[in-house]
Design a protein around this ligand. Structure first.
Ligand SMILES: NC(=O)c1ccc[n+]([C@@H]2O[C@H](COP(=O)([O-])OP(=O)(O)OC[C@H]3O[C@@H](n4cnc5c(N)ncnc54)[C@H](OP(=O)(O)O)[C@@H]3O)[C@@H](O)[C@H]2O)c1
Length: 359
């Protein structure tokens, strides 16, 4: 390849697609053409990327003509159908949906943790992990590289935007219903005030926490909990890692938080853990409780790194650490990681053609 690779953003009009266009406008520009793709409903709409208006085209086989890399920010079933179509035309697909994450022939990539896996893609597809896993895995990957992870116990405090636009609209509507009232003092009073307006959540999320995210899986586990376990194992290359997860929805618009109990192969020290986290790419250590300093979603939202605070050694286990982690679920948790993977592929394609050109 002589010029810059051409990129297609499929699902450019959606929640993740919108953040993607902002991110593509902010990062180093490694792309030639950027083509925007969505449903026929959106065809003809003009969206701005890199400061230029680009007309959206409808998804079709021809939409991939001349394209080198395609990001898919669309529902699972759309990726399941169309990613193989693009891949068959020689396009490298980076898929943000859940359609291919656990496919053994599809690498699941976090560029700070397992960038080498992006090169081995027998189906021409690379998958982007789910937002809850992504919100903690960069910090955990850095600690694992030094200490060797043996076990994870995680609780999430997930923002409503993880359930898409409908989640955000629901929280905002519920907040306006309870603002300025005495609700939250009697059993069921918030539920009665909110009525049917629970949106994608099983319970009111305003003035509440809801111990549920996703759909029901075997033995009472939620799909979100299974994703955190299965995807963490795959990304870290630890297929038998014991992982216990409880996913909880909280009244936060954007930015997932997690408490993490991580057990390692041998004794750990807080000083060494802090040194690792302080120097790990993509991680910010913000941990000074004496000064009231620890990450919270209200400060982390809109930023790129994984923020870590409350670093402690477990009181009863010298091989374990306790952490509090925050990450923006729409940036690193979705669009940013996809953009980073696509940039790895762009570098590879350009480098490869350089070798071919000189041969
Ligand atoms: N929200 C999150 O926090 C998050 C985090 C990580 C991953 N994800 C995943 O990212 C994907 C997109 O999520 P989202 O929240 O951005 O969804 P969304 O807001 O509903 O957007 C969906 C996008 O897909 C397009 N689309 C839908 N059906 C299509 C079809 N048949 N052909 C072509 N385009 C089609 C839509 O185009 P139109 O506008 O033309 O309808 C829109 O651009 C999902 O797989 C989701 O699970 C979401």
């Amino acid at each position: 390849m002589t010029g810059k690779p051409a990129l297609a953003v499929v699902g450019a009009t959606g929640a993740v697609g919108t953040v993607m266009l902002q991110i593509l406008s902010q990062r180093a520009d490694v792309w030639g053409e950027i083509r925007l793709v969505a449903t026929p409903r959106s065809a003809g709409r003009k969206l701005t990327v890199r400061g230029v208006e680009v007309e959206v085209v409808a998804l079709s086989e021809e939409a991939f003509d001349g394209i080198d890399v395609a990001m898919f920010d669309v529902p699972d079933e759309v990726s399941a159908r169309w990613a193989p179509v693009a891949a068959a035309k020689g396009v490298v697909v980076v898929d943000n949906s859940g359609a291919f994450r656990m496919d053994p022939e599809v690498p699941l990539v976090v560029p700070e943790v397992n960038p080498h896996c992006a090169r081995n893609r027998p189906r021409g597809i690379i998958a982007n992990p789910n937002c809850t896993t992504l919100s903690m895995i960069v910090a955990l990957g850095a600690l694992h590289a030094e200490f060797g992870l043996r076990e994870l116990v995680v609780s999430s405090y997930q923002a409503v935007s993880g359930a898409g636009r409908a989640g955000v609209d629901t929280l905002r509507a519920q907040l306006s219903m309870v603002a300025g009232t005495e609700l939250g003092t009697k059993p069921g009073d918030v539920r009665r005030a909110v009525g049917d307006l629970t949106g994608p959540f099983p319970e009111p999320v305003a003035l509440n926490v809801v111990p549920w995210a996703g759909s029901l899986r075997e033995d009472g586990w939620s799909s979100e909990e299974m994703k955190v376990r299965d995807e963490s194992r795959k990304i870290l290359g630890l297929p038998k890692l014991p992982v216990a997860v409880t996913c909880v929805r909280v009244p936060v618009v954007t930015t997932h938080s997690l408490t993490v109990h991580a057990r390692f192969q041998g004794e750990v020290t807080v000083d060494k853990a802090r040194e690792i986290l302080d120097t790990a790419p993509g991680v910010v250590l913000f941990d000074n409780p004496a000064a009231g300093e620890f990450p919270t979603p209200a400060d982390v939202v809109g930023t790129d790194p994984t923020w870590v605070g409350r670093v402690r050694r477990a009181l009863d286990d010298p091989t374990a650490l306790e952490l509090f982690v925050c990450g923006d679920n729409l940036r690193k948790g979705a669009a940013l990681n996809t953009a980073q993977i696509a940039e790895l592929v762009a570098a590879e394609l350009t480098g490869r053609s350089g070798v071919a050109d000189s041969a």
